[in-house]
Design a protein around this ligand. Structure first.
Ligand code: SF4
Length: 340
């Protein structure tokens, strides 16, 4: 591990200022710039592996704003402070009752120890577990722009079939983010230009030609809150995750579903897919396919076909397309049958 400086500011403004004072300003930001640390469950791993090599570490755990650690449930939304631990959000009785999808995505995301440590803000910014990204001897455009992508001709069973580019096909492995993008959540960000709110769908960037630039955040931007709208769809919601083993594993395929129903007919479906795409993946074509339809097996299969119409398999991951479709069909029918 390389030497780095460490600071623990007391306010968001001081943390933003600390991150903005980079030793060597670069555009775009690199692995060597200042980085924020919350729970550290992802960043500490990557620092030990030599993947992340920040010159300055800005610890957010000393921030004194109580809103950063609060969960507020209103009639029309839930607001999570970004330093709320995953376990506190997953175990919150009102979150579980009002929007089970959010709680389930957090419970299924990680072990109890990690949930106790990891923050919600850090969770949505977690980086890919592509094996070639994690091992610095391999070519990786995300870690070292322009070096190539070892996964293209390598072992790509875990990799994405949606949202990839010729430069990168790494899967986004998070679960909570699938709930957030399905539910049209928003994030509140503070940075050098003050506070702003953005749609969660705008936070993560497709890899395109610059897979090293993963989000729309600037190097000194801090997520301070996550807002989840509530409505007729929230209680009828769930998260289904399919993986190699039943615990402590990333999704091979997952589905985040929230349904606003009028009897058997879909007023509006909110759908996201995990384990199959390079970013949190809103399945808009599947949502549109279900609009105004009676949700039976046939409609669920049609939605699944629409969701994967643009999928591009690689040598070892073609199985994710039928698995992703069957995961979505099962999740839709189970969500339809929930007693709410
Ligand atoms: Fe790197 Fe992306 Fe290729 Fe993995 S898939 S080796 S993260 S460029």
């Amino acid at each position: 591990m390389r030497p780095f400086s460490y600071e623990r500011p007391a306010s968001v403004a001081a943390a933003v200022a600390a991150a903005a004072q980079r030793a060597r300003p670069r555009t775009p930001p690199t692995q060597s710039d200042a980085q924020f640390i919350g729970g550290g469950t992802n960043l500490a791993d990557y620092m030990k592996l030599g993947v992340a090599q920040p010159e300055r570490l800005v610890d957010l755990n000393g921030l004194d704003d109580p809103g950063l650690r609060r969960i507020r449930v209103d009639d029309d939304r839930i607001v999570f402070g970004s330093l709320v631990r995953m376990s506190d959000a997953a175990d919150h009785a009102e979150v579980r009752r009002r929007c089970p999808l959010v709680a389930e995505s957090l419970v299924l995301a990680a072990s109890g120890q990690i949930r106790n440590m990891a923050t919600l803000g850090g969770n949505v910014l977690q980086r890919t577990r592509c094996e070639y990204f994690r091992e610095t001897s391999w070519a990786c455009n995300k870690r070292q722009p322009g070096s190539g992508c070892a996964a293209m001709d390598g072992f790509n069973r875990q990799h994405a079939v949606l949202g990839g580019s010729d430069q990168c096909i790494a899967t986004y492995h998070g679960d909570f983010a699938q709930a957030l993008i399905a539910l049209d959540a928003r994030v509140v960000v503070e940075g050098q230009q003050g506070a702003r709110t953005m749609a969660f769908a705008e936070l993560h960037r497709l890899p395109g030609d610059t897979p090293n630039i993963e989000t729309a955040l600037g190097p000194a931007d801090i997520i301070v809150a996550i807002e989840v709208p509530l409505g007729p769809w929230s209680a009828r919601s769930r998260y289904l995750k399919i993986r190699d083993r039943e615990s402590y594993a990333f999704a091979l395929a997952s589905a985040a579903i929230a349904l606003d129903m009028n009897g058997d007919t879909v007023r509006h479906a909110r759908i996201a897919l995990g384990g199959v795409a390079t970013v949190p993946w809103k399945a808009k074509a599947a949502e549109e396919a279900l609009q105004g339809k009676v949700l039976d097996k046939s409609a669920a299969h049609a939605a699944a076909e629409a969701a994967f119409a643009d999928a591009r398999p690689h040598e070892h991951n073609a199985f994710k397309i039928p698995l992703g479709k069957s995961t979505l069909v099962r999740a839709l029918l189970e969500t339809r049958d929930m007693k709410v």
